[in-house]
Design a protein around this ligand. Structure first.
Ligand code: AMP
Ligand code: GLY
Length: 429
């Protein structure tokens, strides 16, 4: 069957790569795709991925039978609703379901109604009331713009002053309409762990857990980023915690079925914090995680087309997930200056040599082919260098050996991905 993937990042390269392995995949389109997807799929330009009508027209013209929506913006814009109404199987929730990510307040109310453990919170539409609440609660405290802010709308404030500044920034339009409403949360403590799950017809089929590294610099210092590295599985999460996370994801899946008009059919991302009181949700996302997908899907041994079709068609009973017991570690190579401003168009070398190493796969995030057909940087996060191996240490060493072989001007990366986890849970104490 012909399949269309929407998106352009490392997540979409990994999804497209896993779909392409299936004998059921004939033509594979990625809109817009990147320099990595163009080597094995057809990149599609000129289709606005946030317009349901444009995506539908392309799908109908190219006999696409399954559309996989990578990023949150098309989901929140209702692209899945338009496609489903037209009878096209789509992996990704409706606009209503995507509000679990699109509005922090919607998500917190969903959790409260369904007894899903999460940080205590209050929501404000007005700066004075929000500031009074911050003064009353004290620091540390977390301030979040309600709407989508490209991962930048959250401030974990160590002081009351910092929290008040964050509140004012939101209400002063720092995040546009996304900040017109502000959610203020209790600051939770503990390691974070992501559990992505295939959700369809009220059933959750959780994937292998993964742990992201959100800060820009070694030692978890510096600004928050989209994610600088990741690994899977997560040895610091004990069996009891993993069971509790799975139960929470199942409870959430049941609630999507009971509450939403259109069945939630897609990936539900549970961002957890492993607190002293047990795992609690930091956030839900309505899509695959980036960069989590780049270590989770290489460990999936099942046919992703079969799995995604079962999700899209509301047949969770047909989902069978088999996982490799290999360890996966991924290091993100970013442009100098990321997550601030950065230059583009830098020539990238060494990917072939890196991929010649045992167990190494490079997923592209911000790359493209220039007019001369050369691979150049085109984004903040440029590449995800992934290594799979029999032990955690080997996977980490191999990922860094591959990183050394790749070059572009201004290449920036963290040297401590997975290092803390190798030291064990006490490293978080
Ligand atoms: P989010 O965009 O909601 O994932 O938040 C970004 C990051 O902020 C999370 O990955 C956490 O590291 C941190 N964070 C968000 N909410 C909280 C919270 N209530 N307590 C502690 N840290 C938080
Ligand atoms: N890795 C964090 C996210 O995808 O939101």
């Amino acid at each position: 069957m012909n399949i269309l993937v929407l998106g352009s990042g490392g997540r979409e390269h990994a999804i497209a790569w896993a779909l392409a392995k299936s004998p059921r995949c004939s033509e594979l389109f990625v809109a817009p795709g990147n320099g990595g997807t163009s080597s094995f799929a057809t990149n599609v330009s000129g289709v606005n991925a946030e317009s349901g009508e444009e995506v539908l027209a392309f799908a109908q013209d190219h006999k696409v039978e399954l559309v996989v929506i990578g990023p949150e913006a098309p989901l929140v814009a209702g692209v899945a609703d338009v496609l489903r109404k037209a009878g096209i199987a789509v992996f990704g929730p409706s606009a209503e379901g995507a509000q679990l990510e699109g509005s922090k307040d919607f998500s917190k109310r969903f959790m409260a109604r369904n007894n899903i453990p999460t940080a205590a919170y209050a929501t404000f539409d007005d700066a004075n009331a929000a500031c009074a609440y911050v003064e009353e609660q004290g620091a540390p405290i977390v301030v979040k713009a309600d709407g989508l802010a490209a991962g930048k709308g959250v401030v974990v404030a160590e002081t009351v002053g910092e929290a008040l500044a964050a509140v004012r920034n939101c209400f002063d339009g720092g995040f546009g309409a996304a900040g017109a409403r502000v959610v203020i949360e209790e600051c939770m403590q503990g390691p974070e762990c992501s559990m992505l799950s295939f959700v369809s017809n009220g059933v959750s089929h959780p994937m292998a857990p993964a742990q992201d590294h959100k800060r820009a610099y070694d030692g978890d210092l510096g600004p928050n980023t989209g994610g600088m590295g990741v690994y899977s599985p997560v040895p610091i999460a004990i069996a009891e915690e993993l069971e509790s996370m799975q139960a929470i994801m199942q409870r959430a899946a049941e609630a999507t079925k009971a509450e939403f008009e259109l069945d939630y059919r897609g990936c539900l991302y549970g961002g957890f914090m492993l607190t002293a009181q047990g795992p609690k949700i930091v956030e839900f996302n309505a899509r695959f995680g980036d960069p989590e997908t780049q270590v989770v899907l290489p460990r999936l041994e099942s046919d992703l087309v079969e799995v995604m079709l079962a999700v899209a068609e509301g047949r969770p009973e047909d989902i069978k997930l088999a996982w490799s017991d290999k360890w996966a570690v991924s290091v993100v190579l970013a442009s100098a200056g990321y997550p601030g401003s950065y230059e583009k168009g830098k020539l990238i070398t060494g990917i072939d040599a890196a991929e010649a190493l045992d167990g190494v796969k490079v997923f592209h995030a911000g790359t493209k082919l220039n007019e001369a057909g050369e691979l150049v940087t085109s984004g903040g996060r440029v590449l995800n260098v992934v290594a799979l191996a029999d032990t955690f240490e080997e996977a980490r060493n191999q990922a860094y050996a591959a990183v050394d072989l790749i070059d572009f001007e201004g290449k920036q990366y963290r040297r401590d991905i997975a290092a803390k986890a190798l030291r064990g849970r006490s490293a978080w104490a």
